[in-house]
Design a binder for this molecule. Sequence first.
Ligand code: AMP
Ligand code: GLY
Length: 425
Amino acid sequence: MKILIVGGGGREHAIAWKLMQSPRVSKVYCAPGNGGTAQIAQNVPIDPFDFAALAQFVKDEGIELTVIGPEDPLLRGIVDFFNERNLPVYGPSSMAAKIEGSKSFAKKLMKRYGIPTAAYETFLDYESAIACVREKGAPIVVKADGLAAGKGVVVAETLEEAEEALRQIMQENVFGQAGARVVIEECMRGEELSLLSFVDGETVKPMITSQDHKRVYDDDRGPNTGGMGTYAPVPHMSDELVADIVRTIVQPMASGMAQDGIPFKGILYTGLMITTEGPKVVEFNARFGDPETQVILPLLETDLLDIFLATVNGELDAIDVTWKQESAVCVIMAAPGYPGDYPKGQPIAGLDKVAAPVTVFHAGTKETDSGVVTNGGRVLGVTGTGKNLHHAREAAYAAVRTIAFDGAHYRTDIGAKAMNAQNGK
Ligand code: AMP
Ligand code: GLY
């Protein structure tokens, strides 16, 4: 079977890598792909927003399934476009993807289905928003409603910070249209956790837990990024807690959306805060996480193609999703300057020295005649696996130290806190 993956980051490289292990997959194409997917699949230079060109390519090549990686094409309706043409596609419709595209929409559904989340109010005008934060006081959370590449959220510890955030979002329009509406939320305290689930509209199959490290520097210092590293599973989060999250959050969300005529088919990413009152939702995403995928898929035993096809056919309940009893750690190697401006086109050395149990998932890279060069902010995700977090970390960091490009930087503490918790058990 031939598959097309839409997207070109580390997440898409990991999806391609996992699908290539399926005995039924004969060929994978990536549009547009990157320097890593070029080595295991065929890159095709089609823009992820050019739905007509993608659909034409699928017809011409006899591709039997298209998998959508990133959120933007989902929100713009790529799944609806493919469905209207009877082309099998994996991912949610644009209406269902709105749970990621509009925070106020997600909040409305959560309220309707009784799903625990932070108390909130939405505002369209600056004066009322300011009045709200002044009345509630700090700490308080200010969010641009729309997509803002993970940067539209300010957890304000002081009233001044909250007011400054509102000024930037609503008056200076730093996030453009995404900030036309703001959500002001109660600040939740607790440990953060990501639980991704395969959902076919009704059936929910949770994956293993994972944690991202969003700040650019060690000890969670510096500005937010798309994610500097992940590990899975989270050792101190019990199976009972996961069952509780599915029962009180993920299943009610899936069932509620199905009943409301916007069934969610694809990957439902639940970002959670484990508070003293129990797990509460921070956000929903409508796709695989990046770099969560780079630690989750290496631990998945089940054939990913079987899961995707069962989802498309509404038969996910028949699939037994199983996981290796191991741990994985992914360390992101970033370009100098990231998350600010960074150079591109720098040669990357040492990739050929990497061997099992390490896999390098390319994010911002490009294949050239003279080898693989950098082509983005997050350049590589180096994933190590092992029998526990300690071994997985050792493997990942040993490989990171053999890979080099000018000005590469990475965090040295991915999974460190969790490993200490594991050792303390
Ligand atoms: P989001 O883009 O909604 O995932 O928010 C980004 C980050 O902001 C989250 O990962 C949390 O660390 C933090 N955050 C968001 N909402 C809240 C909240 N209500 N209380 C505390 N922290 C939050
Ligand atoms: N790593 C966070 C995300 O993919 O949303």
